[in-house]
Design a protein around this ligand. Structure first.
Ligand SMILES: [Ca+2]
Length: 123
């Protein structure tokens, strides 16, 4: 078992413990990055985290190892800024704005997002 796999296993244990002791979803507890994307609606299902922009989700995986591209159904962001999620790679296609208020927000296009970037102040 390599270091990455050990980390994933540790997260899985932490997620299970959180499920037993709080009402927070396991996926929300497993993601502490600025951006968390969820396979299911309203923070349900598996999760992936981002700290920097990503121009193509085709090489990204959720915590359970499944593909992120075209499967995101909800998103949360902390830090007070904003991000734009796009239905195509390289920030093309339909765009939806996500606010950094820490709340889980529904994906405007379900199972369609393929890239995202942070929005500079004033955009
Ligand atoms: Ca989904």
């Amino acid at each position: 078992m390599n270091r990455v796999l050990r980390s994933v296993a540790a997260l899985a244990v932490l997620s299970a413990a959180a499920t037993l002791t709080t009402t927070t979803s396991a996926s929300a507890a497993a993601c502490t990055d600025t951006i968390c994307v969820y396979e299911g609606a309203w923070g349900a299902g598996t999760v992936a985290g981002f700290t920097t922009a990503d121009n193509n989700f085709s090489n990204n995986r959720f915590l359970d190892g499944s593909a992120v591209n075209d499967r995101i159904s909800s998103i949360s962001m902390t830090g007070g800024g904003q991000a734009l999620f796009y239905t195509d790679s390289f920030w093309r296609g339909n765009a939806a704005r996500i606010n950094g208020n820490g709340r889980v927000q529904s994906a405007a296009w379900d199972n369609a997002f393929s890239s995202f970037r942070f929005v500079a102040f004033g955009d």
